[in-house]
Design a protein around this ligand. Structure first.
Ligand SMILES: [Zn+2]
Length: 462
């Protein structure tokens, strides 16, 4: 083996750069040098002279470079059940959709994952996650199909291996046929971690332990799931404090609110992140801050299901790690994350005297460094710094949508969704000129329609 093989370098120059590092360092015109899968150097002006083995030079004129966006909550399979139960709250929406979801198979899971991933990657997502919790008996290797779709597309990925074991007969929300047993769920989750989780720096695939929610999971599965994750050294993910109905459910069944319930089952900690966290009082937020528990803020989904507005500015003030999530596309049909930067900002400003509740740079941070922290990967991704992984996006801001906005970060957050000229994941191009390099978008669109129709047919015939 060659002791010092010369790395392949990509040099990006003449671009505005928002590093989203700890000091919010920005360059009006700067450069990034990528060496293999890492950022080698970054700064103002032109790249250093004399670099060896430069395989590509990118003129970033008219662009803003940011860290790649990081999605912290999603349900890929919902790509083929979009646009249904459109005027429902969470519980009614779930009850309407469970019978359909419980009939997915491996082919559907693969195609839906491709659709979900494609929509995000085109919009600058470089790290995706899927909280998948529907594993019907005999449906095949759903986790393998989802992980395969992410790796084919070239994006960094966390599979949160979900589960449900509290069905209607145990006072839960899902129908009996849609759930796994406690033992079955734990064994399958451990197997998925063993098979797919990579703990090393720069990992392209990680797995988290992710029982679905208090109203679809037994207390025993919550407790044993937390123990399993800690034994295996992986992270924990679930839904929490999403709606007033969930809060009521927790009080009725457990005699306490969701946050206290999570604490009692071992579910607060630096290795935990939760989706939504809308209905949190001051002491809930303090508990998250004290324990380092992370939050996946999903503004569009919360609006779609009338869940409410998460107290993101208060969480940030308290020091709670917060990232952004698309959530499943049955409750956020757009499936995009770059538009959530704007939606997070707007939704958190709703109400009198809230004009400073969240600004453009905080919104960008939620979608990048905040997400990295929530996924436990702040040392690797989420900001543009020498030594970190080369996950970055060139947003085109000299077109009609943005050219008249002087500040580049304001342009991409307040303005229309900016086109992606180039995105790199692990130093490799994934999007060029708005198109995916490793997937056929037209084929995905066609297959998704076909699988959505097949699922609707199977459900109607059942
Ligand atoms: Zn969700």
């Amino acid at each position: 083996m060659a002791p010092s093989a010369v790395p392949s370098r990509i040099v990006i120059e003449n671009a505005a750069i928002a590093t989203v590092d700890a000091n919010d360092t920005e360059y009006a015109s700067g450069y990034v040098v990528v060496a293999d899968n890492k950022i080698e150097s970054i700064g103002a002006g032109q790249a250093p002279a004399g670099l060896e083995n430069v395989v590509r030079r990118v003129d970033g004129t008219g662009h803003l470079v940011t860290p790649g966006l990081i999605n912290t909550h999603h349900h890929f399979y919902q790509w083929i059940t979009r646009g249904l139960a459109t005027d429902h709250n969470l519980f009614n929406w779930l009850v309407a959709l469970y019978p359909t979801w419980a009939r997915i198979d491996e082919q559907m899971a693969r195609v839906a994952a491709q659709g979900s991933l494609a929509m995000m990657a085109r919009g600058g997502v470089t790290t995706a996650m899927d909280h998948h919790y529907v594993y019907p008996k005999g449906s095949g290797d759903l986790s393998g199909a989802i992980i395969g779709a992410a790796s084919d597309m070239g994006v960094r990925f966390t599979l949160a291996r979900g589960s449900m074991d509290r069905s209607e007969k145990d006072g839960g929300l899902p129908p009996d046929f849609a759930v796994e047993t406690l033992e079955g769920a734990l064994a399958a989750t451990e197997e998925t971690v063993d098979k797919h989780h990579d703990a090393s720096f720069g990992a392209m695939t990680q797995v988290a332990v992710a029982p679905c929610s208090p109203f679809s999971v037994s207390t025993e599965l919550m407790k044993q799931g937390a123990e399993l994750a800690r034994r295996l050294g992986v992270r924990l993910h679930t839904h929490g404090s999403e709606t007033v109905e969930e809060e009521k459910f927790c009080h009725e069944l457990f005699g306490m609110g969701p946050t206290d319930y999570f604490e009692s089952t071992g579910w607060l900690g630096e290795d935990v992140w939760m989706a939504h966290c809308v209905h949190m009082n001051d002491s809930d937020i303090a508990a998250f801050a004290r324990t380092g528990t992370g939050v996946a803020h999903c503004p569009s989904s919360n609006a779609r299901l009338a869940a409410g507005i998460a107290r993101v500015p208060d969480m940030l003030k308290a020091g709670v790690p917060v990232g952004l999530g698309v959530d499943g596309t049955a409750s956020n049909e757009s499936g995009e994350l770059h538009t959530e930067l704007r939606n997070a900002l707007l939704i958190n400003r709703l109400g009198a005297h809230r004009e400073a509740a969240l600004n453009a740079r905080q919104a960008l941070r939620l979608g990048t460094a905040g997400g990295a922290r929530v996924l436990g990967r702040a040392a690797e991704i989420g900001s543009l710094e020498a030594g970190k992984l080369a996950d970055l996006v060139l947003w085109k801001i000299d077109g009609i949508g943005h050219s008249s906005i002087a500040d580049p970060v304001t342009a991409i957050v307040f303005g229309a969704a900016a086109p992606v000229t180039l995105s790199l994941v692990n130093g490799k191009p994934v999007v060029e000129d708005g198109r995916l390099l490793h997937a056929d978008e037209d084929a995905i669109a066609r297959d998704a329609r076909q699988e959505a129709q097949r699922l609707a047919r199977i459900t109607a015939e059942a």
